[in-house]
Design a protein around this ligand. Structure first.
Ligand code: C5P
Length: 210
């Protein structure tokens, strides 16, 4: 008999983690935490208020995660700057671990879920895609949000953020050794979901829903 199903999903920006996480959470009826939102909320609130990021991380409220500005690239850049600070990561660790240890199981997506937050998760996925495929997706997402941008700028900002996330000393972006690698460069969301589901079912987990 398996314990609770905890699905840890990591990967660089715009690789398709968020969409996959939401679909898996719906399929297995699990709560889902987009951990990037925590770092975005801390980074953006620190930038807007001028207050120290450490203080904001300690007193972060769930209502802070509802700010629509969190989806912007400004918030993504601010997030990856505060995410490099060990103090901020430590302050957000407890909340994420608690979310992951719910008896129902859970789905979390981010950069260090399989390596730091849930090193014992029974299912770890590392979702990636070529820089070009990711930049095109991000560009379409920003346009859909009505934000005016150009693709070379999206590509440059993404490369800068990826570099910062991979090269930082504190919990850098890495695939856990036991993660299933999913390259979505040539996959749509349905194909990525099907591949991830097949892997999870091979591990013996099935949806209890209809
Ligand atoms: O996933 P998302 O693009 O929303 O993440 C924003 C930033 O937050 C990332 O670029 C990364 O610097 C940081 N992050 C992190 N660890 C996580 C999730 C996000 O360092 N688990």
């Amino acid at each position: 008999m398996n314990g609770p199903l905890v699905i840890a999903i990591d990967g660089p920006s715009a690789a398709g983690k968020g969409t996959l996480a939401r679909r898996l959470a719906a399929h297995f009826q699990l709560p889902h935490l987009d951990t990037g939102l925590l770092y975005r909320a801390v980074g953006l609130k620190a930038e807007k208020s001028g207050r120290p990021a450490g203080e904001i991380a300690i007193s972060l409220q769930l209502s802070d995660l509802a700010d629509p500005d969190l989806r912007t690239d400004r918030a993504g850049q601010a997030a990856s700057k505060v995410a490099a600070l060990p103090e901020i990561r430590a302050n957000l660790l407890k909340f994420q671990k608690k979310f992951a240890s719910q008896t129902s199981g859970a789905v979390l997506d981010g950069r260090d879920i399989g390596t730091v937050i849930c090193p014992d998760a029974p299912v770890k996925l590392f979702v990636t895609a070529s820089s070009d495929a990711r930049a095109e997706r991000r560009y379409q997402e920003l346009r859909a949000l009505g934000l005016d941008t150009i693709k070379p700028r999206v590509l440059a900002e993404m490369a800068e953020r990826d570099r910062r996330d991979s090269e930082r000393a504190a919990a850098p972006l890495r695939a856990a050794p036991d993660a299933f690698l999913l390259d979505t460069s040539d996959m749509d969301a349905d194909a990525a979901f099907a591949a991830a589901l097949a892997f999870i079912e091979r591990k013996g987990f099935r949806s209890s829903g209809p």
